[in-house]
Write a protein that binds this ligand. Structure first.
Ligand SMILES: [Zn+2]
Length: 371
């Protein structure tokens, strides 16, 4: 595995982030002043615009939205309001693909095709046809639009983490995965049935198996990063990701989802932990604790690489989130070393004048004259 040298990453990210070392030489003490650079929304801006509310009026300076919802007209208006545009790009969401390409269907430890994990359907991350398909989509997206960055979403092995009771199957034991595992690690998995191979690996090489799975996910980040930076050197590569700490669900973020922060922090410009407290059955204070833990664990320094711009919950599911609660999580999301925040979703804010007011107020406090 090639780790991108840190200095090179500073060059990549240099247009957006202050180097903390450089900052520290400032004797005025401004190194301690935290600047929130991203006052974001996740989702379409249309509901604000349909109410004749410009994004400037509500102090928003960045939109994150599904790449399929982006069009030229939207970009033109967003640019005229001085707003940055980041495209959410669904990396390992296999819905609509695996049905037509069964060779990319993830396989569980019993040798069966996985079932959808509530509303989510993953895909086998090592299947070459799918990889080619997704990377072609990415190149096409970058060819069509001038974007400020790409945010990878569904960046994990098949599972469901956005609910109080997560679904965490052991995958993927398809032929592609077994073959790639063998060639990457040199471990000679014997010719057995799929379920026997799974048992053999999990019994003898559990640690190496999980490390390899994390390297596969990191490989997707590296490859998408290479394509993005080749096309737009100044554009940022962010990831939306499961926010669990190392202990949650017995370490399932690393063990099952395949997210190794230690590796990802070298190749990711911005982390966006999905701290959906309501959907995950937590209280608002959990957002504060989680972001503090995350920044401490990754040794995140304010205004340096990598950045942290969490996404908090505004939508009323499965229960109502009051405007006051929304304000709390918005502030907590921008806590510790975070320098940006956004919410799920823009519509949940736009359709509620009280939530719109809270966002406008909180964001107004973070506007600075600095470029
Ligand atoms: Zn597989």
């Amino acid at each position: 595995m090639t780790i991108i040298p840190k200095m090179l990453i500073f060059v990549f990210a240099g247009t957006f982030f202050l180097n903390s070392d450089g900052c520290n030489s400032n004797k005025s003490g401004s190194e301690n002043v935290k600047k929130i650079e991203i006052r974001g929304i996740y989702g379409s801006p249309n509901q604000f615009w349909n109410k004749n509310i410009s994004l400037t009026q509500v102090n928003v300076n960045a939109i994150f939205l599904s790449w399929k919802a982006i069009n030229e007209k939207m970009i033109e208006r967003a640019r005229s309001e001085g707003v940055k545009i980041f495209a959410e790009f669904p990396v390992l969401n296999g819905k609509g693909y695996v049905e037509k390409h069964p060779e990319a269907w993830a396989i569980d430890r019993y040798g069966n095709k996985v079932q959808p994990a509530s509303w989510f359907m993953g895909v086998c991350p090592t299947e070459p046809g799918f990889r080619q398909f997704r990377m072609t989509e990415l190149r096409e997206l970058l060819r069509r639009f001038d974007l400020d960055g790409i945010w990878l979403d569904y960046l994990h092995w098949h599972a469901q983490f956005e609910e109080p009771e997560p679904i965490l199957p052991e995958t993927c034991f398809c032929e592609n995965c077994i073959r790639t595992f063998k060639s990457s690690t040199g471990i000679d998995v014997p010719e057995l049935s799929t379920s026997e191979q799974a048992e053999w690996i999990l019994t003898r090489y559990d640690t190496i198996w999980r490390e390899w799975r994390c390297s596969v996910i990191a490989g997707w980040v590296r490859d998408t990063r290479m394509i993005l930076k080749h096309n737009s050197p100044d554009a940022l590569l962010g990831i939306f990701h499961c926010p669990w700490n190392d202990n949650d669900f017995n370490g399932a973020r690393y063990r099952v989802l395949g997210l190794d922060y230690g590796v990802l922090k070298e190749i990711t410009d911005v982390f966006s932990p999905m701290v959906y407290h309501g959907r995950m059955g937590r209280d608002a204070e959990w957002v504060k604790e989680n972001i503090e833990w995350f920044c401490m664990n990754l040794d995140i320094k304010t205004n340096s690489f990598p950045g942290v711009w969490p996404i908090v919950q505004a939508s009323d599911e499965p229960h109502a989130i009051s405007p006051e609660e929304f304000e709390k999580v918005l502030r907590y999301g921008a806590g510790a070393g975070a320098t940006g925040v956004m919410m799920f979703t823009s519509n949940a804010v736009a359709e509620d004048p009280l939530k719109t007011g809270k966002m406008k107020k909180v964001y107004s406090e973070w506007i600075t004259d600095e470029p």
